[in-house]
Design a protein around this ligand. Structure first.
Ligand code: ZN
Ligand code: ZN
Length: 450
């Protein structure tokens, strides 16, 4: 197989991998880099000859995998886009939101190339989408040769798949973003464990060992305890979340906690995209028993949209739980604005439930000591850190030891390290160094042949 990582910045970002096996040429995922904007945020599609792809595969709908798919598809109009049924539903809502965000950013960030694509590109993309049944091989033929593509449940988020590609010569396995643990709303990964020739594995959590005392269930208990303490002292709790997946999971967790009276009943405020996606989750759950979600949860817990009069640096007009995006408290998002109004009072708390990149405001807040000033640069506001800041280990990604065990079970001849920061990849490289396999930590834009 030939493998080229088209994400120019390396690490986790604009995921996009070009693969060639026999006469077949295809791409897995086409994302945007969450820390860059405009042309700087997209993969190097220009390195692929126009209209030369046989197909494109989407693993799931987080924007680091999906965000530039309309652009790639525009350049390869004959390539069908293979994905799960759930992703075919969720992609529409996510991409439509991206168009609106890019239109806004055009002026805010002064980037004339925005929006990178419009609604017309979205409708042509939707015509090219071909949902595949899970665990069901799909045969593709070309020049007298054939390959089989099989999607497998990857946990992580609704619709997420790992991808198995079997040619006459080799069996290739891409983990995509992977979670083995069951969540409240979604079952964990369900993968075949036969040996493969080539493994492309995510390495997101290579830099962090899981503390054995902090398993998923006990982390949820600690999170709810912290929410309860905050509400009992008359404060508000901000839980920054990704709109896709984590928000719906937390809605169900909070609803259960209200019913058990584990925390006082207070208003729960949610941001718009996450609330819209609730309807999509509801529709998807009717067609699969792996996703357990009912839109009634919003009504049952009395969830409501954010109050209109939220002003930067001022306490929100109502107290309660703020379950809003983005998960890393990135600038220009509701969690960033709400945090600026809650940070200065020791009654409040800001509770992270996922990974924060150290360069994002969320990552920076996690390393700022209590009492120190914290600057919300974009809105020109400085607040002392008085609210309680905590992070809970509820990641949507497999632990590094689980990924290592998977790599050994699949006993590949070649392993590519993917979707991880340099220090995370280094951990895997060191651990697997003694194993009988070729290990490649690919440089961006370089083609490797196995
Ligand atoms: Zn993801
Ligand atoms: Zn990802």
């Amino acid at each position: 197989m030939k493998f080229t990582d088209l994400n120019p910045h390396g690490g986790i970002g604009a995921n996009c991998t070009l693969c060639e096996t026999g006469p077949f040429r295809f791409v897995i995922d086409s994302g945007i880099h969450p820390k860059h904007a405009g042309n700087d945020s997209i993969p190097r599609h220009d390195l692929i000859e126009r209209n030369s792809l046989d197909f494109i595969i989407l693993t799931h709908c987080h924007l680091d995998h999906l965000g530039s798919l309309p652009l790639l598809s525009r350049h390869h109009p004959d390539a069908p886009v293979l994905l799960s049924y759930a992703s075919s539903i969720l992609a529409r809502r996510m991409l439509s939101n991206s168009v609106s965000v890019m239109k806004r950013q055009r002026n805010e960030l002064n980037l004339p190339e925005l929006p990178l694509y419009g609604r017309g590109d979205l409708s042509t993309l939707y015509d090219r989408m071909k949902p595949l049944s899970i665990n069901t091989p799909q045969r593709v033929e070309k020049e007298g040769k054939s390959i089989e593509i099989t999607l497998h449940h990857a946990g992580h988020v609704a619709g997420a798949v790992s991808v198995e590609v079997k040619s006459e010569k080799e069996r290739i396995f891409f983990t995509g973003d992977l979670l083995f643990n069951d969540q409240r709303t979604l079952d964990g990964a369900d993968l075949p464990l036969e040996p493969v020739d080539v493994l492309v594995t995510e390495t997101t959590r290579g830099g962090t060992a899981r503390d054995p005392g902090r398993q998923r269930e006990s982390e949820l208990v600690s999170l709810l305890e912290e929410v309860g303490k905050t509400l009992n002292r008359g404060g508000s709790a901000l839980i920054p979340v990704f709109a896709l997946g984590r928000m719906q999971e937390m809605l169900v967790v909070l609803d259960e906690a209200f019913r058990r009276k584990a925390i006082p009943k207070v208003p729960v405020f949610c941001s718009g995209l996450g609330m819209d996606l609730v309807n999509h989750f509801h529709e998807i759950s009717k067609n699969t028993n792996r996703l357990r979600f009912n839109r009634k949860v919003l009504k049952s817990m009395g969830a409501r949209p954010l109050p209109r009069k939220v002003e930067p640096g001022r306490p929100p007009p109502m107290k309660g739980i703020f379950l809003v995006s983005s998960g890393m408290m990135v600038e220009h998002t509701p969690s960033y604005i709400i945090a600026s109004g809650l940070l200065g009072s020791d009654r409040n708390s800001i509770l992270f439930v996922g990974y924060c990149d150290p360069d994002t405001p969320g990552g920076q807040l996690l390393t700022t000591q209590t009492g120190q000033p914290f600057e919300f640069e974009e809105i020109d506001c400085v607040e002392p850190v008085r609210a309680k800041i905590r992070q809970f280990d509820l990641s949507g990604h497999a632990d590094r030891d689980e990924l290592l065990a998977l790599a050994r079970k699949l006993s590949p001849k070649t392993t590519f390290l993917h979707h991880g920061d340099p220090h995370s990849r280094t951990w895997f490289a060191n651990e697997l160094a003694g194993d009988d396999m070729q290990l490649i930590d690919p440089e961006p834009l370089i083609t490797y042949e196995t």
